[in-house]
Write a protein that binds this ligand. Structure first.
Ligand SMILES: NC(=O)c1ccc[n+]([C@@H]2O[C@H](COP(=O)([O-])OP(=O)(O)OC[C@H]3O[C@@H](n4cnc5c(N)ncnc54)[C@H](OP(=O)(O)O)[C@@H]3O)[C@@H](O)[C@H]2O)c1
Length: 215
């Protein structure tokens, strides 16, 4: 499968790099952007013809699918800062609403019954189409579980059924089989401590067949 919709990965930290590399391995062209432009240029120059480095503003303008691989608080600022340029586009939310606790573990930074996916959806809903995906696996699993046979599962949730096909192609290009779990109100299941998150009940990356049985 391939798709001409342009994808921009914005933020080249752990998840940004892993996801960008997975997409490149799936032969998908990507735009990369980062706070420090030189980081994006260095990444793209090592990645060959499929990757193009742009400044963040240009990346947002040029792409149809924007993946801000940044922390939840940064993501919230990002969608507000670029609201005009994000009109009509797909935004992928990978975030987990967590911070380190005093014991070296993680704690949730929003109310127990809230999800960052829902909060991000509500922030952009007049403007853009939010999809929650790619945040259910730690960076190691996101790297190692991609492009395997049989394919591993990647869950997604969105209220925008009209973009499901585009999202399933994107997930496929990133090396996973896409499994819809429903609307954005389900996104809490895919965030840390949720039953479909690697650091929740499901406990690991699972094959698509196993994943279907968990939905
Ligand atoms: N790590 C995981 O295992 C994991 C798993 C699932 C989901 N997630 C989610 O993925 C997201 C990223 O996590 P991560 O582990 O990849 O974090 P990370 O390694 O700290 O990367 C975050 C990136 O965001 C960039 N950034 C910060 N402010 C920015 C801005 N204003 N504009 C553009 N880029 C900016 C940072 O750039 P600088 O370094 O230049 O500041 C950094 O490259 C988080 O929402 C996290 O919850 C992480």
């Amino acid at each position: 499968m391939s798709n001409t919709q342009k994808v921009a990965v914005i933020g080249l930290g752990n998840i940004g790099k892993a996801l960008a590399n997975n997409l490149l391995k799936g032969n998908r062209e990507i735009i990369v952007a980062s706070k420090n432009f030189e980081d994006a240029v260095a990444f793209a120059s090592n990645a060959g013809d499929l990757a193009e480095a742009l400044q963040i503003e240009e990346a947002v303008k040029s792409a149809d699918i924007i993946i801000p691989t940044v922390w939840f608080n940064v993501g919230q600022e990002f969608v507000q800062q670029y609201a005009n340029d994000l009109k009509g586009k797909i935004i992928i939310d990978v975030s987990n609403p967590i911070a380190q606790d005093e014991n070296g573990g993680f704690k949730k930074i929003i109310a127990e019954n809230q999800s960052s996916g829902q909060i991000m959806h509500d922030l952009v809903s007049d403007n853009a189409k939010l999809v929650k995906t790619f945040g259910t696996l730690g960076v190691e699993s996101l790297t190692n579980a991609a492009h395997q046979q049989p394919a591993n599962a990647m869950f997604y949730a969105t209220d925008h059924n009209e973009v499901s096909n585009t999202i399933e192609i994107l997930i496929n290009d990133a090396g996973f089989e896409a499994l819809s779990i429903g609307g954005i109100d389900q996104s809490i299941r895919m965030e840390v401590f949720g039953d479909l998150h690697e650091f929740g009940a499901i406990g690991k990356s699972v094959t698509a067949t196993e994943g279907k049985s968990k939905i």
